[in-house]
Ligand binder design. Structure first.
Ligand code: DC
Length: 229
């Protein structure tokens, strides 16, 4: 069975930074499923498709599209869409961020995406982050974490990330946008953001990145010893 470490949690909770560092530490591959939803949102935007009026065209698009992670060197995977590496600048900008939760709420999109995500684990140990990885994509994963931080800390972190927010954005405005996205992610009908019953809760508000990474890696190592004892 493929070993998977899952990190779920709300927007700007620090999951991406942690998941990528944890992957380096445990010798696994880092996969960001939010970027997969963002890539699809970017494709829809490029094609000028309206999320409501063009719903059936969006669903048909999925039949000919393939978004996946592919090994690009010994330790890393790269996000590929239609055979080409995805440009982070195109998917991590305010326009895409504003729409992505609506795209991720389309049931057919989620079914399709879960299949794409399950295929990404053929390489070996994977650290996968998202909203429903421990609950829906890999409910049988041995190592599950739910990562969060206070709304203020999350807004401050997002504000400090280059290109992710509009120019002149304030902490209050960023916090408001994050809250809107949380609301959509937590209340959608299919695979809403929630903590898996068997996930470990990690509040990173008062932790440095290294402290949070160590806490999670220690849990993984302890559980691994108990599984293999
Ligand atoms: O992690 P992120 O903020 O880049 O994710 C972008 C959006 O994608 C997020 O608002 C909800 C959606 N998403 C999801 O529904 N399920 C996932 N596993 C990952 C992301």
């Amino acid at each position: 069975m493929t070993e998977i470490i899952t990190l779920d949690g709300p927007a700007a909770s620090g999951k991406s930074t942690l998941a990528s560092k944890i992957a380096d530490k445990v010798g696994g591959f880092y996969i960001n499923t939010g970027d997969m939803y963002r890539t699809l949102t970017w494709m829809i935007t490029e094609k000028n498709l309206d999320l409501e009026a063009d719903r059936s065209t969006i669903i048909s698009l999925l039949k000919e599209l393939y978004i996946h992670y592919e090994k690009c060197d010994e330790n890393h995977m790269q996000l590929i869409c239609d055979g080409k590496p995805v440009d982070q600048k195109k998917i991590r900008n305010p326009e895409i961020t504003k729409k992505v939760s609506q795209v991720a709420a389309i049931p057919e999109v989620r079914d399709w995406m879960v299949k794409c995500q399950r295929k990404c684990t053929e390489v070996g140990l994977v650290v996968m982050e998202g909203r429903d990885i421990g609950t829906v994509v890999f409910p049988d994963a041995h190592y599950k974490f739910f990562v969060t931080a206070s709304p203020l800390v999350r807004a401050q972190r997002r504000l400090s990330q280059d290109g992710e927010v509009t120019e002149n954005a304030t902490v209050e405005k960023v916090a408001e946008d994050i809250a809107k996205r949380d609301e959509l992610d937590m209340n959608r009908k299919i695979a809403p953001l929630k903590q898996a019953d068997d996930a470990i809760f990690v509040d990173t508000s008062d932790l440095t990145v290294d402290q949070a990474v160590d806490q999670i890696v220690n849990f993984v190592n302890e559980k691994k010893s108990s599984i293999h004892a």
